[in-house]
Design a protein around this ligand. Sequence first.
Ligand code: NAD
Ligand code: TYD
Length: 339
Amino acid sequence: MTIIVTGGAGFIGSNFIFHMLDKYPDDRIVCLDKLTYAGNLSTLEPVMDHQNFRFVKADICDREAVFKLFEEEKPQVVVNFAAESHVDRSIDDPGIFLRTNILGTQTLMDACRKYGIVRYHQVSTDEVYGDLPLDRPDLFFTETTPIHTSSPYSASKASADLLVLAYHRTYGLPVTISRCSNNYGPYHFPEKLIPLMIANCLNDKPLPVYGEGLNVRDWLYVEDHCKAIDLIIRKGRVGEVYNIGGHNEMRNIDIVKLICKTLGKPESLITYVADRKGHDMRYAIDPAKIDRELGWKPETMFNDGIVKTIQWYLDHRAWWEEIISGEYQQYYENMYRGR
Ligand code: NAD
Ligand code: TYD
């Protein structure tokens, strides 16, 4: 089987490629990635010489390049991870989010229609459901929770989801969608909460917590997300949405304190900064459907996963130091200076 994985030079896509090549060495994986600021070819170094792996630098919005690749590879499955993924950047500059996340999805699905595929899988997010109140811990997102987005990022992801379902209903395209909670683990780009706090701690820099740090996210170890997608593309029902999450809700401030403690750094590094605009309070996934239908359960508990993740950042300093030494510095200045 040939699988096109878009966005495979980013955080979750690269972990997915490693998982797939390891588990199914006879399947061919073709990674299509534009290598934006978030894509890193060095991440894919361990598989570059794998006989069943091919990397192609291209934009998912580039119709000609995408169609040419489908013509050459005739994939059976497409898994679309490619996206602009950072909420703060979407607040600053929404346009690129609409282009990549919506029009890129359209381009990929048009190629799927033209060349024919067995499955198109859209990697979506729990953020399409908006947020839940902190004082109702009994509420969770299910697959039937109405779409109710807050940020340009989540609005673009929700738009793409609607388009994917429309291509299924109108053209009969065999699609599935997964909506996962916040991931953490190796190769997470250091603009996101957990790797940013680890990197800043290791550099004895202030730890910028938005608002009062009381917002809750539902954290899942990236490998568990990859295993869930693998199951969905093989056994999931066409036309269906599957929520993915591990019932691991944590307040931001508690995560930052845990990182300080694990690295032996003082909590005095914590600096409360101006809140994110439209900041979602709480995300919490009900994963009952994927458990019931596909037998998926998370395998890595947060206490183990966070220790493994911190150790990975200690062992791979060169990977993230290279990233934060480049254009990231300008981003950090703009986002955090005087905040
Ligand atoms: P990321 O930002 O780390 O990686 C995105 C990748 O997509 C990069 O390699 C980038 O170069 C590539 N890309 C961006 N624009 C492109 C374009 N126009 N054409 C081709 N490639 C392009 O993102 P991530 O955290 O790995 O997220 C992957 C997917 O999972 C996204 O669709 C995101 O919405 C979704 N998701 C992420 C999380 C999370 O916690 N990170 C949770 C749920 C869902
Ligand atoms: P993030 O990793 O950007 O993921 P998302 O917004 O998609 O959930 O942020 C996770 C939480 O951490 C979110 O509530 C915002 C907060 N946060 C901070 O407090 N400080 C930071 O520097 C960052 C990047 C995030």
